[in-house]
Design a binder for this molecule. Structure first.
Ligand code: SAH
Length: 393
């Protein structure tokens, strides 16, 4: 049976409200010495059972897998992944005509802390952020193939950069089931080459799917700038939406190649599109005033709480440049994917940028992550993507 971990007095309170993390400071002692990644039973100081979860060395000592006293075995993984898939099917994200790109497992949002799985057609890309999930990867892969009812055949494991470095697991990326090289996935009827081998995260930013679809509705007749384009998601939607022209910009020439590739896959030879490998700030400074639809979707400016102030300044500086140049009547889609930046803080940073540019600005939409990236209401830390759609007079 699993080793018992005793909490300090009163530290079970947040767990009774289903918060899935136990910080190392809350741990009184453990019976025996668990290996990193081992499942432990968590008990209150009076010995009352609280939860089972993955033990790890670090500030989060335990990631809770279940609040019932149960075994974490193949039955457990099968059940969790069936729940995750069933939920996506019931809300129309999985098994939808014209779309085979979605997130199957979103960490804490799916009661699977430390695990992310994105689906691209017949291939799942799986990412472990905890040692426990890494240890369980083969069971998880088997459960995932079973849960997805034959729609997924390959599992690519991509955790080289997400696992704690100190755990020294020597993990290499690679297939743990199947091995297909067919990497074209469909999102809302559009085709995308997914580079899970070398791309960022799992190869694609699935979380902007709904926001890209919204942009499409505003694109007709507009001159669009897609800043921080990465794989060109917003650009391809803008082209389908009838944009007059679309310019994609990213500082990485690899991203520019991916964008050109994805535009060609959907709209071969379309001369409305051009892509530029340039720094965002330099490009915004040098560009003219002709765009009337601008997307700003930068990488996370703050990865840690201590970088928060600088990050907020960064969002203000970036957005002020867009406000200065966007045409009257223009629409700005602006995002932050920094988890430590709250919705309110982001909005204040944008407010400051608008005020600096002295433009009249109205909020048309407040955006967030899509339904296949659910937020456990007891784990508000799971909320990370926020965006505003603004009308600039
Ligand atoms: N909008 C994209 C995701 C953007 S990810 C989508 O829908 O998929 C962030 C991108 O910003 C990365 O591709 C990265 O190369 C790019 N980037 C980072 N710093 C940059 C800078 N200073 N100027 C331009 N692009 C930058």
């Amino acid at each position: 049976m699993y080793k018992n971990l005793f909490l300090k007095r009163g530290k079970e309170e947040s767990l009774e409200r289903f918060h899935p993390w136990i910080f190392s400071g809350a741990v009184h002692h453990i019976e025996g010495e668990p290996e990193e990644g081992e499942v432990v039973r968590v008990l209150a100081d009076d010995g009352k059972f609280v939860a089972v979860g993955h033990w790890q060395i670090g500030s989060i000592a335990v990631r809770v897998l279940d609040f019932n006293d149960r075994k974490i075995d193949m039955t457990y993984w099968a059940q969790r992944l069936q729940e995750a898939y069933g939920m996506r099917k019931s809300i129309g994200v999985a098994g939808r005509e014209g779309n085979d790109t979605y997130r199957l497992a979103h960490g804490e949002g799916d009661n699977l802390p430390g695990l992310v799985i994105d689906i691209y057609g017949h291939t799942a890309v799986m990412q472990a952020h905890s040692v426990g999930m890494h240890m369980a990867r083969h069971d998880i892969a088997a459960a995932l193939l079973q849960a997805t009812e034959g729609t997924v055949e390959n599992v690519y494991y991509k955790s080289e950069t997400t696992l704690p470095f100190k755990a020294a697991l020597g993990q290499e990326n690679g297939f743990i089931a199947g091995g297909s090289t067919d990497n074209v996935a469909i999102e809302n009827g559009l085709k995308f080459h997914i580079d899970w081998l070398k791309g960022q995260k799992t190869g694609f930013f699935v979380d902007q799917r709904d926001n890209r679809a919204l942009l499409e509705r505003y694109a007709r007749g507009r001159e669009v700038l897609n800043m921080f384009c990465y794989t060109g998601g917003f650009s391809v939607y803008a082209l389908r939406g009838g944009a007059k022209l679309v310019h994609s910009v990213d500082s990485s020439s690899k991203a520019i190649d991916l964008t050109r590739d994805n535009v060609a896959l959907n709209f071969p030879g379309d001369t409305r599109h051009e892509a530029f490998a340039e720094d965002a700030f330099k490009y915004l400074d040098a560009m003219g005033h002709h765009y009337d639809l601008i997307v700003l979707d930068p990488p996370a400016f703050a990865k840690h709480r201590d970088a928060l102030r600088q990050a907020l300044k960064g969002y203000t500086r970036l957005n002020a440049k867009a406000f200065e140049k966007i045409k009257p009547g223009g629409i700005l889609f602006t995002f932050s994917c920094s988890q430590v930046v709250s919705k309110e803080q982001f909005r204040t940073a944008i407010f400051t940028a608008a005020a600096q540019s002295k433009r009249r600005v109205r909020i048309l939409h407040q955006l967030h992550q899509p339904a296949d990236h659910p937020i456990d209401i007891y784990h508000p830390e799971g909320e990370y993507l926020k965006g505003l759609v603004l009308f600039v007079e």
